[in-house]
Design a protein around this ligand. Structure first.
Ligand SMILES: CC(C)(COP(=O)(O)OP(=O)(O)OC[C@H]1O[C@@H](n2cnc3c(N)ncnc32)[C@H](O)[C@@H]1OP(=O)(O)O)[C@@H](O)C(=O)NCCC(=O)NCCS
Length: 269
């Protein structure tokens, strides 16, 4: 009987890549039906970059786009911007630390579509800045078809991001997402429909955006603020503040030491 390797009590230590390989090898030995997939996606590769480009290409490639070509595109983006892979590692750590259902890197890497869609956006963001906008939009469109997650390639996104469950997440072109942000399923970071140009929200570091929340317009959600599930946020949110409702209003006190007291951890479903 093969079990996931539980590294959730010790997320530090050796690198994400070496721990991912240990998890993959353990499961491959105990669950032979998964072994060839685990070898193809993880164990046959020497670096996290190579495994990631293989996995993304196998997902994003399709009838109209050769898988090998997509892989080359991913490889090139990862070469051009080495910070992408650092962000990938930070995202994997964020999921492990914040999602109580996550026991290791393997399940995130193979199955968490929020994680995969985010990494595809990191590639398409690089394409966007390489003046390959149409190709970047192809990637956005494929990821949207595959995962029901729609993030514009131009969006600037920090590291240590957890997109939990992730179905229905929509993030617009001029939105910005800082570091260490958690975004639940069915969240929109969108425009109000009445402005053009810079029209989307700016989400600062450490923010939690609850499931179903709609954050609309060129507004700022301050550091370590929390947005309650299903809120509609139309105005700036002060740092460390929790807002809820339609339209969203502050609930309770603003937090004096948000970095220490903010609870990013959600109860297990
Ligand atoms: C916003 C949130 C973090 C607040 O948590 P908290 O600090 O424990 O705050 P409380 O539960 O004490 O709520 C404070 C007030 O806000 C209200 N409130 C909380 N969440 C709300 C929501 N989504 N919509 C409207 N009001 C809400 C509470 O009723 C309470 O009002 P009261 O003081 O009049 O009784 C939490 O409610 C939330 O929405 N988390 C997101 C969870 C999520 O997305 N889960 C999906 C997992 S798949």
């Amino acid at each position: 009987m093969a079990h996931l390797v539980d590294v959730s009590n010790d997320p530090g230590g050796s690198s994400v890549w070496s721990r991912l390989r240990v998890e993959a090898a353990t499961v491959a030995a105990g669950e032979p039906i998964l072994a060839s997939m685990l070898h193809a996606v993880i164990l046959n590769h020497d670096r996290l970059e190579d495994a990631l480009s293989y996995l993304l290409a196998s997902k994003v490639g399709g009838e109209n786009m050769n898988v090998m070509q997509v892989r080359e595109i991913c490889d090139q983006a990862l070469r051009e911007d080495p910070t992408i892979i650092t962000k990938v590692e930070a995202d994997a750590m964020a999921v492990l630390e914040r999602d109580p259902a996550c026991k290791g890197f393997l399940q995130t890497f193979l199955y968490y579509k929020g994680f995969l869609a985010l990494q595809a956006q990191r590639i398409s963001h690089q394409l966007w800045h390489d003046e390959r906008q149409t190709l970047a939009l192809y990637m956005q469109s494929r990821v949207s078809e595959l995962f029901a997650i729609d993030i514009h390639p131009a969006t600037r996104i920090g590291s240590g991001i957890m997109m939990d469950h992730a179905t229905g997440i929509v993030i617009g072109e001029t939105a910005q997402v800082g570091d260490d942000v958690s975004i639940m399923q069915d969240v929109t970071l969108g425009g109000t429909g009445s402005h053009r140009g810079d029209r989307h929200p700016k989400i600062m570091d450490g923010v939690l955006v609850g499931a179903g929340a709609k954050v609309l317009g060129n507004i700022t959600v301050g550091h370590h603020a929390r947005i309650a599930a299903c809120s509609v946020v139309l105005k700036d949110v002060p740092p460390g503040c929790t807002v809820a409702g339609i339209p969203a209003k502050p609930v309770g006190e603003c937090c004096p030491e948000p970095a220490k007291s903010m609870n990013h951890m959600l109860e297990e479903d």
